[in-house]
Design a protein around this ligand. Structure first.
Ligand SMILES: Cc1ncc(COP(=O)(O)O)c(C=O)c1O
Length: 362
C-alpha cells in the first residue's frame, strides 16, 4: 500500500500492460523504448496519449497539450522567461512551499530581465495552512500573468473549488492536482505539472496552454525553451521521454476504462472523507493543521502529539505494508497521498491502523 507523494503508486493494470509488452511491443520484436520517436509505432502511442488526455480533461481546441521534460521545476523558470517581459511584472500567490519556489525562481529571471515578480499574497506567516481568497490578493492590473498553485503537495493545502485571481492570464501549477477531478481548462492560460503523481512516471511534464498565450511568448529564447516551438512540433521537437509517455498512455487508458474523471473523482473524494473522518474521530491524538475549507483531497497531512510518536506511527505502519507516510522533510508529521491509483481498501486499512495506534499509544 503505497501512499507516496510522487513518484507515486501507479495503477496495476497499467504496469501489467507494460510488463506484457516490454519485450515485444506491437508485434515488433522489441520494446517501445528501442523504437525511434519518429517511427509510426511510437507516434501512435504519442498521439493516443495526447488524445486520451484531451478527451479525459475536456481540453478545448483553443489549448495545446505539451509533453516536456525538466519537471514542474523547469516550468518555474520557463514561464517567466517566456511571458514576463522586460519592465513588466507577474503576480504570484503563494500558499505553500511549491508556490514559494515558483515565486523565487521568477524573481531570479526578473532580476536578469529587468522585470518584477510580485508577491500578491502569501500565507507563510500562518505556516501555509490555508488557501488565499481572490479578494485578499494584491494584484497588479497590468501583470503579465498570475501564478498560483492549486494543490500544495507538502502542506496539504488545496483550492477545493477552482478560483480566479483577477482578469489577467491565469497560470497554475497543478502537479498534484492533475486528473483526479474535472476542471474547466478554458479559463486558464496555462496549467502544468509533473506526471509523477496521477498521470504516469517521473520524467514527463504535462503543460496545457492556450495557443494565443504561448503564441505571444518571447521569441528570442533558445528553441528548447519555447512553448510555441514544442507545440508546433507536437512535442517532438527533440527526443521526448518515450517510455514515460508510453506508460502515461497506459495510465490514461486505464482511467478511461474506469469511467473517466467523474468515476475517479467520487472515489477520490470518498477516500479523503474517510481519512479526514478518522483524524476527527481521534481529535485529541491526530491533528490536521490545515483549515477545513483548504484541506487537500490528494495530500492529507496530520500531526501526532510528539515527533517520537510520528516516527513510531510510520515504522509500525510499514510493518503492516503501508509505505510513503512520512511527511516532507521540511515540515515533518504524516502525509498520506491519495492519488487515483490508491485503492479505497488501502485507506480502510490505514484508518483501521490509525484507530488501533491511537488506542495503544494515546
Ligand atoms: C505542486 C508541485 N509543484 C512542483 C513540484 C516540483 O516538481 P518536479 O520535481 O517535477 O520539478 C512538485 C513536486 O512534488 C509539486 O508537488
Amino acid at each position: 500500500m503505497n501512499f507516496n507523494a510522487g513518484p507515486a503508486t501507479l495503477p496495476l493494470p497499467a504496469l501489467e500492460r507494460a510488463r506484457d509488452e516490454l519485450l515485444d511491443f506491437a508485434s515488433t520484436g522489441m520494446s517501445v523504448m528501442e523504437h525511434s520517436h519518429r517511427g509510426k509505432e511510437y507516434e501512435a502511442v504519442h498521439d493516443e496519449a495526447l488524445s486520451l488526455l484531451r478527451e479525459l480533461l475536456g481540453v478545448p481546441t483553443t489549448h495545446d497539450i505539451l509533453f516536456l521534460q525538466g519537471g514542474a521545476s523547469l516550468q518555474f523558470a520557463t514561464i517567466p522567461m517566456s511571458f514576463l517581459p522586460p519592465g513588466g511584472s507577474a503576480d504570484y500567490v503563494v500558499t505553500g512551499a511549491w508556490g514559494a519556489k515558483a515565486y523565487s525562481e521568477a524573481g531570479k529571471w526578473a532580476a536578469i530581465a529587468g522585470a518584477r515578480a510580485n508577491l500578491a499574497a502569501t500565507t507563510k506567516d500562518g505556516g501555509y495552512t490555508r488557501i488565499v481568497r481572490p479578494e485578499e490578493a494584491k494584484l497588479d492590473p497590468a501583470a503579465a500573468y498570475v501564478h498560483w498553485t492549486s494543490n500544495e503537495t507538502i502542506h496539504g493545502v488545496q483550492y477545493r473549488d477552482v478560483v480566479r485571481f483577477g482578469a489577467r492570464p491565469q497560470v497554475c501549477d497543478v502537479s498534484s492536482d492533475f486528473l483526479w477531478r474535472k476542471i474547466a481548462v478554458a479559463p486558464f492560460s496555462m496549467i502544468y505539472g509533473g506526471a509523477q503523481k496521477n498521470i504516469g512516471p517521473s520524467g514527463v511534464t504535462v503543460v496545457i496552454a492556450s495557443k494565443d498565450f504561448i503564441g505571444a511568448g518571447r521569441k528570442d529564447l533558445p528553441s528548447i525553451l519555447q512553448y510555441r516551438e514544442h507545440a508546433e512540433a507536437r512535442s517532438l521537437l527533440n527526443t521526448p521521454p518515450t517510455f514515460g509517455i508510453y506508460l502515461m498512455r497506459n495510465v490514461l487508458a486505464w482511467l478511461e476504462g474506469l469511467g473517466g474523471l467523474d468515476a475517479i473523482e467520487s472515489r477520490n473524494r470518498t477516500k479523503a472523507d474517510v481519512l479526514y473522518a478518522a483524524i476527527a474521530a481521534h481529535a485529541g491524538f491526530y491533528r490536521c493543521p490545515v483549515a477545513e475549507d483548504s484541506r487537500s483531497v490528494m495530500n492529507v497531512v496530520f500531526r501526532l502529539p510528539t515527533e517520537d510518536l510520528e516516527k513510531r506511527f510510520v515504522d509500525e505502519a510499514k510493518k503492516q505494508d503501508m509505505v510513503g507516510l512520512k511527511g516532507h522533510r521540511s515540515v515533518g508529521g504524516i502525509r498520506v497521498s491519495l492519488y487515483n491509483a490508491v485503492e479505497p481498501a488501502w485507506v480502510d486499512a490505514l484508518t483501521q491502523f490509525m484507530k488501533d495506534f491511537a488506542k495503544r499509544a494515546g
